[in-house]
Design a protein around this ligand. Structure first.
Ligand code: C2G
Length: 129
């Protein structure tokens, strides 16, 4: 069973996220999403989420491509996650291109093209106007 992992905040879930998750799942058989906790978002990513962790987790768990959601609590946990869950492929959108190449010693690293013209930031901006 080929196991895939990806990381993110996934706030205000939108079709760009779904495009990423669908393509990530297609690379294997089992997709784990490490979901940024509210604390990690606020302290390390300066992101204030509209939906809290429990709600973002519930939304992700409803997606057919997602097999397991685990918490992402810090930047350093990726190496342990890959070992603990015996991950074959690490996937991120290409806005992270190159940033996680150090994981190549442990597993395949794949950066997928982002879906253009949609982002949580853009949604918030548009709704403000
Ligand atoms: N994404 C995408 N297309 C978009 C928006 C997002 O492909 N239009 C992808 C991102 O590239 C990322 C995933 O969807 O792979 C989740 O996006 P975010 O929730 O913005 O994740 P981010 O804040 O980049 O967190 O340790 C890694 C971080 O947790 C990644």
């Amino acid at each position: 069973m080929k196991k895939i992992i990806t990381y993110g905040t996934f706030d205000l879930l939108h079709y760009g996220h779904i495009n990423l998750l669908r393509r990530a799942k297609k690379l294997g058989d089992y997709l784990i999403v490490a979901l940024s906790t509210d604390e990690f978002n606020w302290n390390s990513k300066q992101k204030k989420c509209y939906f809290n962790y429990e709600k973002r987790k519930m939304l992700l768990e409803a997606i057919r491509y997602v097999d397991l959601v685990i918490p992402e609590e810090n930047w350093e946990q990726k190496v342990n996650d890959i070992k603990e869950f015996k991950i074959d492929t690490f996937v991120m959108g290409n806005d992270w291109e190159g940033k996680f190449d150090f994981l190549k010693d442990l597993c395949e690293v794949v950066y997928l093209p982002r879906t253009k013209e949609i982002s949580t930031t853009q949604i918030k901006k548009d709704l403000k106007e």
